[in-house]
Design a protein around this ligand. Sequence first.
Ligand SMILES: [Zn+2]
Length: 215
Amino acid sequence: MQQTPRATPTTDEVPDPALAFPFLGGRPCLNFVATLGKRHTVRIERLPSPDALARWITEAGLLPCPPEGFRVTDDDLAEARVLREAMYGLLTAAMRGRRPEAADLGAVNEAAAHADLVPRLAPADDEPGGLCLSWHADHPVRAALSTVARDAMLLAGGPLVARVKECEGPDCSLLFLDDSQARRRRWCSMDRCGNLAKVAGYRTRRHPARRAGQA
Ligand SMILES: [Zn+2]
């Protein structure tokens, strides 16, 4: 019997802006991998708690419609982090043409083997003739993770992996799918790393001696 997954009630405020989830990757799996920020420097763990995972699942639109809360356990969180790192290993290996670690493949395969979310259309309560799309599963969190894992498999195993890049921002490790016409996208976004790079380049041109002194 299917159970209606319920949205978390903790989606309102993020006290620390650094913990806000970036949705810049262009694919659910890349957005999920980005919940660990600044991988090459001082890492930012944006999934410090089960509530944070519930918030990501809701903000990602995986369980968007129902208004009540669903429960994420500590075990769910631990599984999600293992899956996230396995997906990062799989995707970075695939984008560099390397053979992925067996453990990473195993974790992604295992997560994807679970049933994923099932869509259901119903008449909307507040709009005559309107339809409401909701997502259902016996185990909503596991199903949401399965959906993300399947996305990672399709991306890593298909031709689009050639367009997956890592942002060139010095502190940024965000992976994104470059779907631009010229395939020359360098930054996760202009608002974040693109503008910082522009400002840094401008300062370097104006103060070359200062740059040499800092090197
Ligand atoms: Zn970036």
